[in-house]
Design a protein around this ligand. Structure first.
Ligand SMILES: Cc1cc2nc3c(=O)[nH]c(=O)nc-3n(C[C@H](O)[C@H](O)[C@H](O)COP(=O)(O)OP(=O)(O)OC[C@H]3O[C@@H](n4cnc5c(N)ncnc54)[C@H](O)[C@@H]3O)c2cc1C
Length: 286
């Protein structure tokens, strides 16, 4: 197996262009498990660990640009205020060891429907920055990035460089159902982001369809019906839960049944929206 070790972004893109079958490795928390269990035997690994810029983030012109390799621990410690939904989801990933090495770039690269970063990225409207030597840069909205189970819009010669997100202008929440409280793949998960300035609510469903996805009808429903100056109407909350459940297309598997997942998505949707709404009202009262 070839082991390619670029030290700059340009070298990394050149290596991927010359050998598109090379498998990128960042924190290795997915890739090494697959190799150890013989799920795949890549002809080459492209180690991005020496490309320092992938571990940096910036905040400029009202947008946070977070390098693909910034680990969950740093998202929690350094970006908790700007990106609260993603930070909350990051706290639920694996164990301290996994959070120290694992990255959102790797989560995106794996594109598992159960990946915990996806719902908050969808709810907050993230854009994924990808690039190739010959094709240049492409900016892909998170909602267009996930194409199927563990399939994304990434082309064989492309690498993920960063994701872009506006710092939160309202409350954001993430919630995940697992068979235990830590070190668990989501049975299903849900994220909500309030955008009070735009009178808009963003959603993200995890582990409840072949891809992470938004509950678009539920978002549109709240866009029409939500009175931002009033208390949360229980009937509206119930309908929101129903529409989020309707957006799911879950399967039965070892972690849960489709029926349970659909039910749980409705519960998580109502719960996270209630938390977010209480925060929103609290901020206005303060
Ligand atoms: C014990 C354990 C517990 C875990 N718990 C969770 C959990 O709770 N929630 C969760 O979501 N995940 C969990 N995971 C999975 C994993 O930790 C995450 O998916 C993590 O985000 C992967 O990041 P990484 O940097 O380690 O990726 P890597 O393993 O390095 O790569 C993952 C995939 O992304 C590709 N890739 C990496 N970087 C790039 C790039 N820059 N451009 C293009 N492709 C790239 C790789 O080729 C590979 O396909 C767990 C894993 C383990 C081993």
């Amino acid at each position: 197996m070839d082991f390619l070790r670029p030290t700059t972004w340009e070298e990394a893109l050149a290596a991927k262009a010359d050998q598109p079958e090379a498998v990128p490795i960042q924190g290795g928390t997915d890739v090494m498990v697959e190799i150890n269990f013989d799920v795949r035997r890549p002809v080459a690994l492209l180690d991005l660990g020496n490309v320092a810029e992938l571990r940096t983030w910036t905040l400029a012109d009202g947008v946070c640009r977070v390098g693909a390799a910034v680990p969950y621990t740093r998202i929690i410690d350094e970006l908790g205020e700007a990106l609260p939904g993603l930070a909350q989801a990051s706290r639920t990933v694996g164990s301290p060891q996994i959070r120290n090495r694992g990255s959102v770039g790797g989560n995106l690269g794996a594109a598992s429907p159960a990946g915990d970063s996806h719902p908050p990225l969808l709810a907050a409207g993230a854009v994924v920055e990808v690039a190739s030597r010959d094709g240049g840069v492409r900016m892909i909205p998170a909602g267009e990035f996930y194409l199927g189970v563990k399939r994304s819009a990434l082309r064989p010669d492309e690498l993920i460089r960063a994701f872009h997100l506006r710092p939160a202008t309202g409350p954001q929440y993430f919630s995940k159902v697992g068979t235990r409280n830590a070190m668990v793949i989501a049975v299903c998960s849900f994220a909500v982001a309030l955008h009070p300035g735009e009178r808009r609510v963003g959603t993200g469903l995890g582990s409840a369809a072949p891809t992470p996805r938004r509950a678009v009808e539920a978002e549109e429903f709240l866009g029409r019906e939500l009175d931002w100056d009033s208390r949360l109407d229980p009937a509206l909350l119930g309908r929101f839960g129903e529409l989020c459940a309707a957006a799911a297309a879950p399967i039965d598997d070892v972690r849960g049944t489709a029926a349970y997942r659909r039910h749980a998505i409705a519960v998580l949707a109502r719960r996270t929206l209630t938390w977010a709404w209480n925060d929103h009202r609290g901020r206005r009262a303060a």
